[in-house]
Design a binder for this molecule. Structure first.
Ligand code: NDP
Length: 386
């Protein structure tokens, strides 16, 4: 029997909801690239309910316990006294969401003598020290595509919120005001702007597709070019790298993974090459941007706005400067954990666990690290470009 630690974000302040805004979720058959949604043999949860917090347990707890496994569900993940550190030494499986990441550092992986698989309930396994997992022969898997469209939608929302300056207008209404001049003093149309995507993978491509009808001029940069048919249909302008991309833009959206190559990429020097008053939306990883450089650029007016939902570390401390910097539209890390996304990644984790317990192969697209090396999706996304 296995011991499974599931690290999830805390329950709502008022407790787990007893009713929901909507009765059901739309049925989605396939992802845009034709990949099927998760196919576990069964699920024990109602789609559209809150599964990602501790009491939701990803809808896995009853099933795992009925099989005789030991399950620990916790939000306690930081510091030597954390439940995660206490339970890790004999755990076989750790499941964690990027929204509330269980940072599996090399030291923690050293302590986790029994660990066989680290599963990301979502996408983005940079909270696991992947080289250390490779050294120790630990499998790392994530639920590829489960929340890509969720993040793309959040990105489009934040692009519009920044350019049109929606958030201060909403606040004026809530505060009982009607001052239209204040409301529009920083409000523009997106139409006609140059919008660029850095990292045109699943999320980045979906952002390009969704922004095309706004009659913007679309640009992108990636390690590999998109098919010519896509470039022509969306009228995309390709740029070699982020440095050659940003001087042409009014809006940059960031969708590359956090790697040694992308860490700290958006720094003072790069920001100085943007058009004055540009906007950045970064729902990829907070550490791709230099925290203080973003604050400086907003304060000087070099940036017109910054939004996204990813921070470093997470949860962000109460005094994190991105909470109070001017013209920001940050959310906590929510874009990929809508109720819709939760039901997909809960089902995906169950599928991965079913394979793991049965000793059958995981879907190739879910694998990041396996057999002492990057494999599956990880071989493409996390390994250096060949
Ligand atoms: P994909 O792997 O489909 O896309 C990432 C793209 O970035 C790929 O096209 C990849 O290129 C490209 N890329 C990688 N490194 C570089 C680089 N150095 N320079 C330029 N392009 C690069 O991933 P997703 O679209 O599914 O997700 C992207 C990221 O979004 C995840 O890694 C994760 O960090 C974040 N994410 C955030 C979520 C949230 O809730 N906020 C939820 C889900 C993901 P290629 O493959 O061509 O080599």
């Amino acid at each position: 029997m296995a011991k499974i630690i599931i690290v999830l974000y805390p329950d709502p302040v008022g407790g787990q909801p007893t009713s929901y805004a909507r009765d059901s979720l739309p049925v989605i058959e396939k992802y845009p690239n034709g990949q099927t949604l998760p196919t576990p043999k069964a699920t024990d949860f109602q789609p559209g309910t809150l599964l990602g917090s501790v009491s939701g347990g990803l809808g896995l707890v009853n099933w795992l316990e009925s099989l005789g496994h030991t399950v620990v569900v916790t939000d306690s993940k930081e510091g030597a006294d954390s439940v995660l550190d206490r339970e890790l030494p004999d755990a076989d499986v750790v499941i964690s969401q990027p929204f509330w990441p269980a940072y599996l550092t090399a030291e923690r992986l050293d302590a986790a003598k029994n660990l066989k698989i680290a599963i990301t309930a979502g996408i983005g396994s940079d909270h696991v020290d992947l080289p250390a997992a490779i050294d120790k022969g630990i499998t790392v898997a994530e639920v590829t595509y489960c929340n890509s469209i969720s993040v793309a939608e959040h990105t489009v929302m934040q692009v519009l919120a920044l350019v049109r300056d929606y958030i201060p207008q909403y606040k004026i209404v809530v505060d009982g005001g009607w001052n239209i001049a204040d409301s529009v003093a920083r409000s523009y149309d997106l139409e006609g702007m140059d919008v660029g995507v850095f990292g045109a993978g699943r999320i980045g491509s979906a952002v390009l597709e969704r922004l095309a009808p706004f009659d913007v001029k679309l640009h992108y940069s990636d390690r590999y070019r998109l098919p010519a048919e896509v470039e022509e249909r969306l009228k995309l302008t390709w740029h070699d790298d982020i440095r050659s991309l940003v001087p042409h833009l009014d809006v940059l959206t960031v969708h590359a993974p956090l790697t040694a190559e992308t860490q700290g990429l958006i720094d003072d020097e790069l920001l100085s090459t943007f058009r004055h008053g540009s906007y950045i939306v970064n729902p990829a990883r907070g550490a791709i941007a230099d925290r203080d450089a973003i604050v400086r650029a907003l304060e000087s007016g070099q940036l017109g706005g910054y939004a996204g939902d990813v921070w470093f570390p997470q949860p962000a401390p109460a005094d994190h400067p991105w909470r109070t910097m001017p013209h920001h539209g940050m959310t906590p890390h929510t874009s990929g954990t809508s109720l819709s996304a939760q039901s997909r990644y809960a089902a995906g984790v169950r599928e991965i666990l079913e394979n793991f317990f049965e000793g059958t192969p995981l879907r190739d697209e879910y694998i990041i690290v396996q057999g002492g090396g990057y494999a599956g999706t990880g071989a493409h996304s996390y390994a250096a470009k060949k």
